[in-house]
Design a protein around this ligand. Sequence first.
Ligand SMILES: [Mn+2]
Length: 436
Amino acid sequence: MKFAHIADVHLGYEQYNQTFRLNDFSRVFREAIEKAITEKVDFILIAGDLFHSSRPSPRTIRDAIEILGLAKEKEIPVFAIEGNHDKTIKETSIYDLLEHLGLVYTVGLKRTPRENEFQKSRKVGKNYLVYGYFEGVEIHGLRHYTKWQILGKENLLKLLFREPKEDSILMLHQAVEELSKDTKYEKAVEVGKHDLPEGFAYYALGHIHQRREGKYNDAPLVYPGSLERTEVREASHAIIYDRELKVFEKLENVKGFYVVRDFENLEFVKVNARPFYRVVIKAKSKEDIKKRLREAMNAVESGSMSIIYLEGTIRGGVDLKTIYSILSDYSERIAYYNVENNILSEEFKISEDITREEFFNEFERELFYRLRVNPKEFEDEIDTVVEFILEKYSSSKEKVKKEEPKVEKEKPAEEQRIEVKKPKAIGRIDAWVIKK
Ligand SMILES: [Mn+2]
């Protein structure tokens, strides 16, 4: 018995508003399905987020129908659940359309039962728990639910999936804490391993876009990751130009899906996702940054995407026009680039570990707090707000003055003699207010 485990396809994702990205997401899905067919799998699992949106465009629906049709032609059933991106509370969804066409078999809680060659149902309260069925193997699963829906009064997963039959699969689209380290879900986990129902032979997960392999009891607990790169964290390469140019291939971010034999032999099958570079350039002068940018861009492979971070401190900052004009020389070779300018001009350099409390004085913080309004309102409000705060502060200063003599008495005589009256502190905002 052999199956493919795919997740987070995100068909229809027009990343950075680029049409070629839309094609990329379809292209890798086609590649994955074709490779699964070549591997002669018995069935295919799609663990959520087949689509980037619950209302895909006609173009994206057409791609999905065409590509899933390849599996149908070979009589390979595709079992799926809805992810957070493509789930819907409506009874009719894009998945229903695909199901109606015999292209996918969805599993999970439904209002109506399914009974056919590949689906069975069990009544649960008013609903039906629909599961996939292939030569004795049961494929259970649930669409994405929020943490609160799952772990509410009673753990929904443990309630629904008690004592599974031997050789059953559980398909979920959730962030499992133990496998979310160094991903964007690290601080947004939904369940821990111990919240999962026990006894399944394979846990086919989706949601985390980076590939992760773990175990629950003895069974594989697996995220294949997304098929394309949905954010810079999933970059295929990193270029770091600090003292010298260094290019790293991030092998942990190779994209693809799993082919699983007898629940325990896992093979990761690569797909050709578009190369994606995270480029960090640090420099100390304008000339340096231009030179380094050119060298870095020469090291980027043709057809790739680049997100470029400019870092360092340069007097007067850096002119982005110049940066983009350099990059335009590479526009034939690079499919997409974007610059994030983090260059500091010296005057504004702030020590990294300064807190908000240290950088802004109390008066400034209060001013910001009071002026949490639109810029237009800011103009009208500023005088009244400043007046209000000045009043508040002048009265609190008087209180401090009253206590001062006590403190002075305790000081040694010498210090008292050299003490001069402190001028009233004028911060930048105070100065500006006074000018006005
Ligand atoms: Mn996703």
